[in-house]
Ligand binder design. Structure first.
Ligand SMILES: Cc1cc2nc3c(=O)[nH]c(=O)nc-3n(C[C@H](O)[C@H](O)[C@H](O)COP(=O)(O)OP(=O)(O)OC[C@H]3O[C@@H](n4cnc5c(N)ncnc54)[C@H](O)[C@@H]3O)c2cc1C
Length: 339
């Protein structure tokens, strides 16, 4: 579909003005998206309440206008040569309300997971420690049941309020949301529904222990995760190294020796290596991956980095890796195609 017609642009703009919904025009995604890629977004709409979100979805659906919901865009690869008509952002819905006595936290869909984790710490509620370093929103997190270091959103989630494309608001229980490893009913069915808020229930814990875990996970993440180049965390759910090993016996043997020496026995240094350059170079020798700019992080092959190579090259790498790993590791990052 690409850019909106002038008529549709005016129609949506007038709706937003009438309903007091924030919007931005002609947004350069390469400046504001997490990966720093993408063409323009003609309109980015930012509802501030569940009612506004539901009304907006109903209005767009009735008028046959396509849209894409976004959170912090930390899992989204927008394409350089695509202009997107309408993005609905949760950026104006970021409230977190904590009821310490009941062990309950009600969070709007645009609040960041690290903020939820820190709010839980301040209320001495345990079980959110692993979310501290995931740079996404609650809505984006529920969409893919985000998680790390033994904590997933589904562990403490009770229910969520969703705005549906028909303009209604509905409460989904944890069971309705069908959260599984990096997936949910929203992801599987590409439903176009918007997570307005979510309710979490947790038990009180020892503040020092909660703090200690958060510190540990933060330090580990800083060590193993690329933070030099724009990136979207893991490309695949699962280890592409293991999947490549299944394809090439020599690589399997050498990578097994690498892990044994560096991570198990730690013969060469007491700490595990912070990058896998040696192993990555071996991948490049054994598999037909040739690039002008290395498309992945030195810390791991499983992290696409933006070195200015453009999204055509990034998608080429993803597709090549999918072929080489024979579908053994599902794609976690989302390529936002034209709509
Ligand atoms: C450095 C880094 C580290 C990461 N580490 C982890 C990790 O440890 N564990 C992990 O699970 N993920 C990790 N991620 C990936 C990413 O942060 C998660 O996928 C996160 O859940 C995405 O949230 P978001 O708000 O950025 O969503 P976006 O990227 O904006 O959107 C992702 C999907 O969610 C949908 N969506 C977003 N908001 C809503 C909403 N309100 N209602 C309905 N649908 C919505 C979008 O339509 C889209 O399909 C990492 C990413 C980075 C960049």
């Amino acid at each position: 579909m690409g850019l909106l017609t002038d008529n549709n642009f005016s129609l949506i703009q007038n709706y937003c003005l009438e309903h007091d919904i924030f919007f931005e025009k002609d947004v350069e995604l390469s400046k504001v998206s997490y990966m720093k890629t993408g063409g323009r977004a003609h309109l980015v709409l930012k509802p501030r309440s569940s009612e506004q979100a539901a009304g907006l979805l109903g209005f767009l659906t009735q008028n046959g206008l396509g849209y894409k919901i976004i959170g912090n865009t930390s899992n989204l690869l927008f394409l350089d040569d695509v202009d997107y008509p309408v993005l609905i952002s949760s950026a104006a819905m970021t409230d977190i309300v904590l009821d310490q006595s009941q062990g309950r936290i009600v969070v709007q869909g645009g609040a960041l997971m690290p903020d939820l984790s820190r709010a839980a710490l301040s209320g001495c509620l345990a079980g959110f420690e692993g979310l501290e370093g995931i740079p996404g929103t609650i809505g984006g997190g529920i969409f893919m049941n985000a998680g790390a270091y033994g904590a997933e959103l589904k562990d403490k989630l009770i229910e969520a309020e969703l705005a549906l494309p028909d303009g209604s608001l509905r409460h989904f229980s944890l069971a309705d949301l069908q959260l599984s490893h990096r997936s949910s009913v929203l992801r599987r069915e590409a439903s176009g529904s918007f997570v307005c808020s979510a309710t979490f229930q947790a038990k009180t814990g020892d503040e020092r222990k909660i703090f200690g875990k958060m510190e540990l996970f933060h330090a580990k993440r800083h060590k193993y995760q690329d933070f030099m180049y724009p990136n979207l965390g893991s490309i695949f759910s699962g280890s592409p190294y293991r999947a490549l090993s299944a394809r090439d016996r020599y690589f399997k043997l050498m990578s097994a020796a690498y892990y044994l020496l560096n991570y198990e026995l730690r013969l060469f240094r007491r700490e595990s290596p912070i990058n896998r350059r040696w192993l990555n170079d071996l991948v490049l020798k054994r598999f037909p991956l040739r690039y002008q700019h290395q498309p992945f992080s030195d810390k791991t092959l499983n992290c696409l980095v933006n070195r200015g190579q453009g999204t055509k090259e990034m998608v080429r790498f993803i597709r090549q890796m999918e072929e080489l790993t024979s579908g053994l590791v599902p794609l976690e990052n989302e390529i936002v195609e034209e709509f």
